[in-house]
Write a protein that binds this ligand. Structure first.
Ligand SMILES: Nc1ncnc2c1ncn2[C@@H]1O[C@H](COP(=O)(O)OP(=O)(O)OP(=O)(O)O)[C@@H](O)[C@H]1O
Ligand SMILES: [Mg+2]
Length: 270
């Protein structure tokens, strides 16, 4: 990435965005580059996100000598402690605080799609523009679900130029096969080619399904005291998975009915 450039990593649900983002600290976390990763939630606003973020960033300041003969020295505080108690934090305040850092910092905001308040996305856009123009030491990486960048970050043409857009694609058949092979190798198990093909096609490029089906198939196989996963094990595993999915739909239905008001027509709608 170039100076003043920030990044947005987007893609379908469950393709592996968070897993990739989790690797970033291993690439960059050295003495002079710090990586802070924050997971956003539905209830977050600009202030709550940045309070959590700044809590991770430390600053050394001179401690004044208090009283006669007392020694002065350095103390460590977090940037969060320098925030005022106002309800509002503006992007400019984040710029001022982060300018105090004497190391480069990469901020990763994962599950950014969960932020519902569009105002927060405006504030992030303003901040990205400001950082890009004025502070080369700070890099933001926004990660979340979206079929395109605007769906994730909102429509902000002013920041398009300073954003590196990275689409996380679904996994290829080879990558899915690799997950199956590596997982089974650890268990000292093998799988018939036929079942491998089935798992690949049922995964449809989503590693979550690969893990799920392979795990259940391996479990069934082991329950039958067999180290080779066969089609029977696969079929049994699929039945078990579908039964569990049914249960979670039933649970969600029950929760929706119980938590809705008695007089509502919610049950009929659901
Ligand atoms: N490279 C990989 N190798 C093996 N498994 C992976 C890989 N990437 C992701 N996975 C697995 O796939 C599943 C989904 O991954 P992850 O949570 O990273 O996806 P996501 O795109 O962040 O999902 P969401 O859209 O729900 O936030 C997890 O179980 C994860 O362990
Ligand atoms: Mg994720």
């Amino acid at each position: 990435m170039q100076k003043g450039e920030h990044a947005v990593l987007y893609g379908e649900r469950g393709v592996g965005k968070t897993s990739l983002a989790n690797m970033i600290p291993f690439l960059f976390d050295t003495e002079d580059i710090r990586v802070v990763k924050i997971t956003c939630s539905k209830s977050d606003d600009f202030r709550s996100i940045w309070k959590r973020t700044l809590q991770n960033l430390k600053l050394q300041i001179n401690k004044p000598a208090m009283g006669f003969g007392a020694a002065s020295g350095k103390i460590e505080i977090t940037l969060n402690e320098l925030l005022n108690n106002d309800r509002k934090i503006i992007p400019g305040a984040i710029m001022t605080l982060s300018a105090l850092l004497d190391y480069k910092t990469v901020f990763i905001f994962d599950e950014y799609d969960r932020i519902v308040n569009q105002r927060v996305k405006h504030q992030f856009a303003d901040l990205i523009k400001d950082m890009s123009d004025n502070n080369d030491n700070l890099t933001l990486v926004i990660v979340g679900i979206g079929t395109n960048v605007n769906e994730l970050i909102g429509d902000h043409p002013s920041i398009e130029r300073c954003l590196k857009q990275v689409l996380m694609p679904k996994m290829s058949d080879e990558e899915i096969e690799d997950i199956i092979s590596k997982g089974l190798k650890k268990l000292n198990m093998i799988i018939t080619d036929n079942v491998k093909q089935l798992i690949k096609s049922y995964s449809t490029g989503f590693p979550h399904y690969t893990h799920l089906i392979t795990k259940y198939s391996a479990k069934t196989s082991l329950q039958n005291e067999n180290l080779t996963i066969s089609q029977n094990h696969f079929v049994h595993a699929m039945e078990e998975i579908l039964e569990n999915i049914n249960q979670s739909i039933k649970d969600a239905y029950h929760k929706a009915i119980v938590t809705s008001k008695k007089t509502s027509k919610f049950e009929n709608v659901v």
